[in-house]
Design a protein around this ligand. Structure first.
Ligand code: PLP
Length: 219
């Protein structure tokens, strides 16, 4: 399978209301350009340095999503151009994004990342922390960001029931917050579990290896 076949194959599996974030981390600019030329405009990277290196080399109408853990001291490097930060996992980070967005006179979209996986390794807010933070946002504390939804990652496991259970937890929180203010995006699902995520209500999926091939970290 080549990138074009992979991409068309993934697109054919997504209902029309589901956004695809093509996760291009570790893959070269040429591969991103190839997917761009097929019509894709939304790409995800998980590291600030990699994103800032790729950004100037690619078309300016790409909507870049930062999907990996973000340190507060690095927000300044992406604040001018990032479309959405999907991985907001602390109030401190939200404050920093708000501050940097204000400097550039822009509104940065963010998703609150909620920890739904059993594994300890995954970043994210506890559900109650996310609700508190959302309330502060509704109270008007952060005027240069827009919280457009939630993001979560399921446990890395073959146990489909486990994955489903975790996605449904996030969907429930999404529905709850959506009552307070309409949210656009429920981002869950990756190459191995996006069909389950869509089944559980995801309307945005983050797919990397199923499009670009396996990542080679040795290079
Ligand atoms: C790498 C990554 C993905 C994509 O993973 P694949 O299994 O390659 O599809 C999705 N979300 C996050 C947060 C990631 O870091």
């Amino acid at each position: 399978m080549n990138i074009q076949e992979n991409y068309n194959d993934i697109k054919s599996q997504l209902p029309g209301n589901v956004q695809l974030v093509a996760v291009s981390k570790t893959h070269p600019v040429s591969a991103i350009q190839e997917v761009y030329d097929l019509g894709q405009r939304v790409f995800g990277e998980n590291k600030v340095q990699e994103l800032t290196e790729k950004y100037p080399l690619l078309p300016k109408d790409i909507q870049w999503h930062l999907i990996g853990h973000l340190q507060t001291n690095k927000v300044k490097y992406i604040a001018e151009f990032v479309n959405t930060i999907q991985s907001v996992d602390s109030e401190k980070l939200l404050k920093e994004i708000n501050k940097e967005a204000a400097k550039y006179n822009r509104t940065i979209k963010v998703l609150l990342q909620i920890k739904i996986a059993e594994e300890d390794s995954k970043f994210g807010l506890e559900i109650n922390e996310a609700k508190d933070l959302f309330q502060k946002y509704l109270d008007g504390e952060f005027s240069s960001i827009e919280i457009t939804g939630l993001m979560g990652m399921a446990t890395f496991t073959d146990d489909e029931n486990q994955i489903r259970k975790e996605f449904l937890v996030l969907k429930r929180v999404f529905d709850e917050l959506n009552q307070l203010k309409t949210l656009e995006t429920l981002s869950m699902g990756m190459s191995d579990d996006f069909p389950i995520a869509i089944d559980c209500g995801a309307n945005s999926v983050r797919v990397g290896s199923a499009i670009f091939g396996r990542r080679d970290y040795s290079k």
